[in-house]
Write a protein that binds this ligand. Structure first.
Ligand SMILES: Nc1ncnc2c1ncn2[C@@H]1O[C@H](COP(=O)(O)OP(=O)(O)OP(=O)(O)O)[C@@H](O)[C@H]1O
Length: 226
């Protein structure tokens, strides 16, 4: 089994309660989560990345246990080896492109991400995505497609064991979306990293030969019901 996920979490805000209850079991190394807005797709990905802790259940990727409530296992995000890309790429605006890409390699100082040890690795990935000439620029000076390449380079440099992509192409224009979709697909096929993608776009569903996991029911109820 590549994806073996069974998690529950109750989220309470001022006026409502949301019950996350996700089961994903797949032997495929590409999985797409799709379904209407607000049904828990992003929350699921956050639980896999370790940014949110489920109340119960377990998360196993390629037989590696990331979370198991019963066995009291909860691997910290830095040790989950997850490449996580959001729709807005979440680059650090005050860091240059090379510093952004080196960020995950750096365990000591925030600004010393381009150390002599890291440099070769950083430039390998900048080269791979043809963004070497942007190395000293800041994210705000880049186009959407360029920012996405930086986000991919930053995600891949840590040699992730899983790639989590939350609507990664949604902010791109059509031409760039087609190009980047192909790029991600080729990368996944080349590196064989299990990939989980959230999308609302039928074209993504057609392009990837992924296992489709449909989130249907809206498990959101007024707070009073609990
Ligand atoms: N911290 C929180 N506290 C309470 N409710 C939350 C919290 N975070 C998210 N929710 C609710 O949980 C539900 C699921 O959110 P999630 O972001 O996973 O949706 P989604 O399926 O990814 O939607 P979309 O496709 O629009 O991105 C939403 O109704 C959201 O309002």
């Amino acid at each position: 089994m590549i994806f073996d996920i069974n998690i529950q979490k109750k989220l309470v805000s001022a006026s409502r309660t949301f019950m996350l209850d996700t089961q994903v079991c797949s032997h495929q190394d590409q999985v797409i989560l799709f379904g209407p807005s607000g049904v828990g797709k992003s929350l699921t990905i956050k639980c896999i990345a370790g940014l949110l802790t489920p109340d119960s259940g377990g998360i196993k990727i390629k037989n590696r246990v990331l979370f198991d409530k019963e066995k009291n296992i909860n691997i910290v995000p830095q040790e989950r080896h997850v490449g996580y890309i959001l729709q807005n790429y979440a680059l650090f605006p005050h860091l240059t492109i090379e510093q952004n890409v080196g960020f995950g390699l750096n365990r000591k100082g925030l600004f010393n991400t381009v150390s002599r040890d890291n440099r070769e690795n950083i430039y390998h990935w900048l080269d791979r995505f043809q963004i070497t000439d942007l190395a000293r620029q800041y994210p705000g000076q880049l186009s959407g497609g360029q920012q996405q390449r930086v986000a991919l380079a930053r995600a891949l440099i840590i040699e992730p064991e899983i790639l989590l992509l939350d609507e990664p192409f949604a902010a791109l224009d059509k031409k760039l979306r087609i190009h980047m979709r192909e790029e991600v697909k080729e990368l996944q096929e080349e590196l064989k990293i299990p990939l989980m993608l959230i999308t609302h776009d039928e074209e993504d569903i057609k392009a990837f030969s992924a296992d489709l996991i449909e989130f249907t029911s809206l498990k959101q109820v007024p707070k009073e019901s609990f």
